[in-house]
Structures are given as structure tokens and as C-alpha cells.
Design a protein around this ligand. Structure first.
Ligand code: SF4
Ligand code: SF4
Length: 190
């Protein structure tokens, strides 16, 4: 799984967006005031961006993982699986951002087993989080923790305590001093 920044130099042959545009629905676009989970007013679903040449910087620099990661096969093509994968927190959080029109798609096979495998592999140094619009669900190998809606400034924290994994939200910089270093903090949402 690619953890670094993706730019046009990482894009694999044949991994074009085509008519996908799912990121224009699932992502928040700050400059447009567009929240997560609704179509951008500039998007024509199935066709693309009406203002492609003058689109926002946020749009220009975003490339989903499927476009660059050879480990993600065709089943992870976003328009097909209804999920957009990317990383946050300097690559320490794998995000599966699900189309709110298919909010439980990630629980279906073959995707669910792969998401659980990633959770197991990243457990000690990273997080796997499913977003459905602004709701965050942390995926652990043996359970999921639904954190509900994220507020601006919230960070997602995870920890292991006596073999039990847990997750919570905290306002940025509000974690008690004695809890710092106990929880893995990979920051807030993009
Ligand atoms: S989700 Fe990925 S493949 Fe689909 S339009 Fe966005 S960047 Fe392209
Ligand atoms: S401005 Fe264009 S590229 Fe950006 S989210 Fe809207 S439709 Fe997509």
C-alpha cells in the first residue's frame, strides 16, 4: 500500500479517472464550501467536471490510491466499488471513503476481508478508517468503532490497552497530558 504523496508521476498506465468522479462526491472541498458526501455543483456525474480547466487547487492535487497503487486491483476502481481510497496523517491513516448512496458497501465481500487485512497489517503504527460523509468508523481486525460525525478540529485517536483496541475523537490539542503517547494520534481529516 502506497503511503506517500501521490502526484501525476505515480499514476499507473490505464488508471485514468474516465467517467468516475466519485471523489467529487465523497470529498469535502473547502474552497467551494462543499461538505463530504454530496455531489459538487460543478460535477456532471458520469461525465466529469464542468470547470475542469479552472477547478480548485484541492481538486488538482487529489489522486485516489487506486490510480497509483499496483496492489489495488480492478475491484477497487472507485466507480465500481463505490469507495475512494486515500491516506491522511502523513500516510499513517488509510481512508476508505464510501459513497453515502451505498453506505454499507465496505461490509460486502471481497472488500470487507481486504479492509480487515489492512487493519491487521497497520495496527501498530497506523489506522484504518471508513468515512461515510462526515461519519468516521475505525476498523480494527476484530471489531469496528463507530465514532459518529467528526467536528472541525477533531482528531481520531486509537490505542491498545491490555490487548483491547479502542478509538475516540478528541478536539485538537485537548488530549490530557497524561494521555499523550498512550493514544496514536494521526490527526484530523483532510
Ligand atoms: S475517485 Fe479516483 S478514479 Fe475516481 S475520479 Fe477521483 S481520482 Fe479519479
Ligand atoms: S470543482 Fe470539479 S473537480 Fe472539483 S469537486 Fe467540483 S466537479 Fe470535482
Amino acid at each position: 500500500m502506497i503511503a506517500g504523496i501521490i502526484d501525476e508521476t505515480n499514476i499507473l498506465p490505464g488508471r485514468d479517472c474516465g467517467p468516475c468522479a466519485l471523489c467529487c462526491k465523497v470529498m469535502r472541498i473547502e474552497a467551494l464550501g462543499k461538505p463530504e458526501g454530496i455531489w459538487c455543483p460543478h460535477c456532471v456525474p458520469g461525465k466529469g467536471c464542468r470547470i475542469y480547466e479552472t477547478r480548485q487547487e484541492e481538486c488538482r492535487i487529489f489522486y485516489c490510491l487506486w490510480r497509483a497503487d499496483p496492489d489495488l486491483g480492478d475491484i477497487w476502481q472507485p466507480a465500481h466499488c463505490k469507495m475512494v481510497l486515500y491516506t491522511e496523517g502523513m500516510g499513517h491513516r488509510l481512508v476508505i471513503s464510501v459513497d453515502p448512496g451505498n453506505p454499507t458497501k465496505w461490509r460486502e465481500e471481497p472488500w470487507y476481508s481486504q479492509i480487515k487485512t489492512w487493519s491487521f497489517n497497520l495496527l501498530r503504527y497506523g489506522q484504518v478508517v471508513v468515512y461515510v460523509a462526515n461519519r468516521a468508523i475505525v476498523v480494527f481486525p476484530n471489531k469496528e468503532v463507530d465514532l459518529g460525525p467528526l467536528k472541525k478540529g477533531d482528531v481520531i485517536l486509537t490505542r491498545e490497552n491490555d490487548g483491547v483496541w479502542d478509538a475516540m475523537l478528541a478536539a485538537e490539542d485537548q488530549l490530557p497530558q497524561n494521555q499523550r503517547g498512550v493514544w496514536l494520534d494521526t490527526g484530523g481529516r483532510l
